[in-house]
Design a protein around this ligand. Structure first.
Ligand code: SF4
Length: 361
């Protein structure tokens, strides 16, 4: 069966420069003047339109031809939840029936969109709802960057200012698409979001980290650490067997900007003073910022969030060691805002597929 795509003609699956070339060649083939191609380009990402019919500055026959040859892809909204704290969660339905999530988190002037890079995930971190659903498929570049486009179309006043790759999936296991999506998100002819406002979060896929570090833009790197001692990390995150922490930290040295350690606080799993001391040593060695996140209460059956007093004591212990620590509030507690939770609640389960080149979850 042919693959059904979110962006059928693929114009939004290309980096802006490649899309511009395609549109220029197409306009030339239609006998249109060169300025027409320049007129079309901003509607892809800079001033996105839901469809060519909305480009009212273009002649109707041209709009119709564009709809036929280069239709603008959309993500279909299946469910939207809004928290009392302003957090919005979106479940997008893809043409092949898969579903992915994005979460928009407003903080002051900043609007951070947490985006998905895969439908499901093969890595099976035990505290993660996405890991429990298994791997379904990689997303296309449009399906990754298009999450921000879709939010901008639906809520122009809430166009994302910051992007974090912390939704469904491991971005560095879908590098070809994420590579293009990063260009679209960052490029002035794309969504124009500054590289320092785009954070790729990884469990530590070493080859992907090298590819990300090789890009010139200096996107931010976050490492999902969750335990600073390999013995403690292995039962939480099976990826530790394939890419041990020491190799991950070595790969992180290629990043010149300060990195972040993400650390979900789970009662009796990684929240002792000894865990804090391990983490403190590592964070100092790497000059890393530490983000402590309470485990989302609905995210992982059988695990309990570390109590608030324990999180405070853990953070204080890190601070005493000279580590910069941010204790994140759990946002959207009244909605299914843990990664993968909305999809898990919404979907009936399907058989798992296995991602190429991944360890079993
Ligand atoms: S935490 Fe990330 S890598 Fe781990 S299972 Fe969840 S989505 Fe996959």
């Amino acid at each position: 069966m042919p693959e059904r795509r979110s962006d059928p003609a693929g114009i939004l699956d290309r980096p802006p420069a490649a899309a511009a070339e395609v549109l220029a060649a197409w306009c030339a083939a239609q006998g249109l003047p060169a300025f027409r191609a320049r007129q079309l380009q901003p509607y892809l990402w800079q001033r996105p339109l839901p469809g060519w019919q909305e480009a009212t500055d273009l002649p109707r026959p041209l709009r119709e031809a564009l709809d036929r040859d280069w239709p603008l892809g959309r993500l279909e909204l299946a469910t939207e939840q809004r928290s009392v704290d302003g957090t919005r969660k979106f479940l997008w339905r893809l043409p092949d029936g898969e579903a992915i999530e994005s979460v928009l988190i407003p903080t002051g002037e900043r609007r951070t969109l947490c985006i998905s890079s895969q439908a499901g995930c093969a890595l099976g971190c035990i505290f993660c709802a996405t890991g429990r659903m298994g791997f379904r498929r990689n997303l296309t570049p449009f399906e990754v960057a298009g999450q921000a486009r879709e939010v901008a179309l639906r809520y122009p006043a809430e166009t994302p200012t910051n992007i974090v790759f912390m939704g469904l999936g491991e971005p560095l296991l879908n590098w070809p698409a994420v590579d293009v999506a990063l260009t679209i998100l960052n490029h002035p002819d794309g969504l124009g979001i500054g590289a320092r406002h785009i954070t790729v979060s990884t469990v530590g896929i070493v080859p992907g980290m090298a590819a990300l570090a090789a890009r010139p833009e200096q996107f931010r790197l976050a490492i999902s650490l969750h335990a600073a001692d390999p013995e403690r990390r292995r039962p939480l995150m099976p990826i530790e067997k394939k890419y041990p922490l020491a190799a991950v930290l070595e790969a992180a040295r290629a990043f010149t900007k300060r990195i972040t350690f993400e650390y979900v606080m789970i009662a009796e799993q990684n929240d002792t003073d000894r865990d804090a001391d391990h983490l403190g040593r590592l964070a100092r060695k790497m000059g890393a910022l530490v983000n402590l996140l309470p485990l989302h209460p609905g995210g992982a059956p059988g695990l309990t969030p570390a109590p608030p007093a324990r999180i405070r004591a853990f953070a204080d212990r890190l601070k005493h060691q000279g580590v910069e620590v941010v204790v994140r509030r759990s946002r959207g507690l009244d909605i299914s805002a843990a990664c993968g939770q909305l999809r898990v609640e919404t979907e009936s389960r399907r058989p798992r597929a296995r991602a190429p080149g991944t360890v079993a979850g």
